[in-house]
Design a protein around this ligand. Structure first.
Ligand SMILES: [Zn+2]
Length: 192
């Protein structure tokens, strides 16, 4: 199997990590002193993952552009599904993270994917149902992690990573496709 090109970014870290950047570049983060051979072996072991994600990325790019706006009925149907799905995903991840939470609301929003109030009430954008499932889960985990860390510190991201090792690609996906997704809300967006 031929390995796609990858870039190595060395830093004072202990572990290897792999991500596909928004530009579609394969990036391997590595400890300062790890040998190139070890990094190559790591990349080779992740060859299938890399190939799958690069292919998915192309598919999604094609699918995400030029989508029509949702009709009011479609938006309502999404919201109904979201009201079921977000509580289920939150209930799945909260015990794994050792956190609790209050009420969950879903809205169609032009500016945010989720939020977590000081009281622990969670709000999610139902447009996430149109994103890949791992991206939706990433947003749920992200907001739940704010129950422990009300910031985006390294500790926060470590916590996110404990449940979503691939969070960087999820965040990159939202950066790349988020706007076109939000542009799909009906003209008069249905907020709760
Ligand atoms: Zn946050």
């Amino acid at each position: 199997m031929t390995l796609p090109e990858y870039r190595i970014l060395r830093s004072r870290r202990r572990t290897l990590s792999l991500e596909i950047t928004p530009a579609g570049e394969v990036l391997i983060r590595a400890p300062l002193r790890l040998s190139n051979a070890a990094i190559r072996a790591f990349a080779a072991s992740k060859g299938d993952w890399i190939a799958r994600h690069l292919a998915l990325r192309e598919e999604r790019k094609a699918a995400a552009s030029d989508q029509p706006r949702l009709s009011a009925g479609e938006a309502e149907a999404l919201r109904e599904r979201a009201k079921e799905l977000f509580p289920r995903r939150a209930a799945h991840y909260a015990p794994l993270l050792g956190v609790d939470y209050g009420r969950i609301t879903v809205r169609g929003q032009h500016s945010r994917w989720g939020s977590c109030s000081a009281k622990g009430n969670l709000n999610f954008n139902f447009l996430l149902l149109l994103a890949p499932p791992e991206v939706l889960d990433y947003v749920v985990v992200h907001e739940l992690c704010h129950r422990k860390e009300m910031n985006h510190s390294p500790r926060f991201w470590t916590l996110v990573e404990s449940q979503v090792p691939d969070w960087r690609s999820c965040r990159a996906w939202l950066r790349e496709h988020g706007q076109s997704l939000m542009d799909r809300l009906p003209e008069k967006s249905g907020s709760e």
